[in-house]
Design a protein around this ligand. Structure first.
Ligand SMILES: Cc1ncc(COP(=O)(O)O)c(C=O)c1O
Length: 475
């Protein structure tokens, strides 16, 4: 991150935390430059950057002031109803259309599943990648077959240990991203035709995995505060038909909710009592805004029934395709299927990540990334409050980089998606996140990109089109 961005992020964090309040004057450019021993041009650039993000404004011959927050915070989306209906999953062509559209960098990426690649230490990682390719002992191409690079597995285990979670390196299998870890885990515990409890709304990758393995889904409602409703999960489990549960306890995609620690403990105990394995998708856990990493459900696993899956894709190395499964009592099964399914994970990428994590750049990067994401989310929530039609509700996650928006009922999010594309903006329409194609008036918005005039314009466009009459069907 450039020096001016660092300064801007610092000031912005002070605004978000309330240290600097609406109407407060920022230190003058001259004062900031001499107290920080940085050039006046750098301070000026930082202040302009904050102005572009709508956080401060200039008053002629007076300086920069913190802007008033517009509007009261919006309400959170309602928790969906539970039908208990079992669904065979058929991923619509719409998903592939949306996924293809996010490759187009001319679109404002509000529908993307990825954070801005510019937020990651790609050049430092490239140096490690170069070194690993030049220096690696050729025998490692064989030795690092599943379960994978021993040093990397040790560092992953150590990071869990720092958060008080015991995870033996021997239980960890390196995979090609969390996607492979999740798929192999689900496959290890189910047979075609089995019923899997999933969240509603849920990550389309989970629905795709269910479809690919010929399984069926029962959707358990998620509240934007607490995540999956555990009393409804208990009800589904008591039918005796559920063979596995797929859960994102930390910063669920798309809602962003964080399951309270007590609920995590209860879910694990409930499933253990019924001998139902839990597939835990913990892909976003490192992107927390509070002081500590929230524990995974795996932390409460007493009998090896939790197959915990993580990844570096969202927090350090997009494109490297390195993730892992810590599969409890199913470890050997997952290791074998990994070997047969894809032989191994790119060994140079594994080594580069092991070295990066070992040399200590990781924690520093994560701190910057979390601050950036938190600020971006605050700017996004402000913009949504400003531009979206009245009656809009939005989730306010404490981590990750998505918000889940419930638009007024008449808005059809698939039509809205098409209109937005024509206007140069992508959004992720609600039906992508449901086996029953529900959530017709919901959208998922990505806050993983630094705030800019383009993003602001993009949010304004979505708001304008959502309000426009054409997408509201005649009654
Ligand atoms: C909830 C969730 N799980 C898993 C993944 C896949 O992670 P990876 O890129 O490591 O395969 C994603 C990616 O979008 C995701 O959002």
């Amino acid at each position: 991150m450039a020096l001016y961005q660092l300064l801007a992020e610092e000031v912005s964090a002070q605004i978000q935390s309330g240290v600097l309040r609406p109407g407060d004057q920022l230190p003058s450019v001259r004062r900031m430059s001499s107290s920080r021993r940085i050039s006046a041009a750098t301070v000026q650039k930082a202040y302009q950057y904050l102005e572009d993000r709508g956080l401060v404004s200039t008053r002629p011959r007076s300086g920069y002031y913190v802007k008033a927050r517009l509007g009261v915070p919006l309400a959170e989306p309602a928790t969906p109803d539970y039908s208990g209906r079992v669904t065979t999953v058929d991923i619509a062509d719409l998903l592939f259309e949306v996924l293809d559209s996010i490759k187009d960098r001319t679109l404002v990426p509000l529908g993307s599943a990825f954070a801005s690649p510019m937020l990651f230490p790609l050049s430092k990682l490239a140096q490690e990648l170069g070194k690993s390719a030049r220096r690696m002992d050729p025998w490692r191409t064989v030795e690092d077959l599943p379960p994978g690079n021993a040093e990397l597995r040790r560092h992953i285990a150590m990071r869990y240990l720092q958060s008080g979670i015991k995870m033996a390196p021997d239980e960890i299998i390196i995979t090609s991203g969390a996607t492979e870890a999740l798929l192999l885990s689900l496959q290890a515990v189910t047979s075609p035709g089995d019923l899997v409890a999933v969240e509603s709304p849920s990550f389309y990758g989970a629905l795709h995995a269910v479809e690919l393995l010929g399984l069926r889904a029962v959707e358990i409602p998620v509240s934007s505060r607490d995540g999956m409703d555990i009393s409804l999960l208990a009800k589904a489990v008591e039918t005796g038909n559920v063979k596995a549960c797929w859960l994102m306890a930390n910063f669920e995609n798309p809602v962003g909710c964080l399951m309270p620690v007590e609920h995590k403990r209860e879910v694990v105990a409930l499933l253990a009592r019924h001998e139902i394995p839990l597939i835990e998708d913990d892909t976003y856990a490192e992107l927390f805004f509070d002081v500590e990493r929230p524990p995974p459900a795996k932390a409460f696993d007493l009998n090896g029934g939790v197959l915990h899956c993580g990844s570096f894709s969202k927090c350090l190395a997009p494109g490297y395709r390195v993730g892992w499964a810590s599969a409890g009592r199913f470890t050997e099964q997952v290791r074998r299927s990994k070997l047969l399914y894809s032989i191994g994970t790119n060994i140079y990428a594994q080594e580069a990540l092991a070295q990066f994590v070992k040399h200590g750049g990781y924690e520093y990067h994560l701190r910057q990334l979390r601050t950036a994401l938190q600020n971006q989310q605050a700017s996004m929530l402000d913009a949504i409050a400003r531009y979206f039609p009245s009656g809009t509700c939005v989730s306010r996650p404490r981590g990750g980089y998505f918000v889940w928006v419930e638009l007024p009922q008449q808005v059809d999010s698939v039509k809205l998606y098409r209109r937005c594309l024509e206007a140069g903006v992508s959004i992720a329409p609600g039906p992508l996140f449901s086996a029953k194609q529900a959530f017709r008036s919901h959208i998922r918005i990505n806050c993983g990109h630094p705030w800019s005039a383009d993003i602001d314009r993009g949010v304004a466009t979505v708001g304008r089109l959502a309000t426009a009459e054409e997408i509201i069907p005649a009654v």
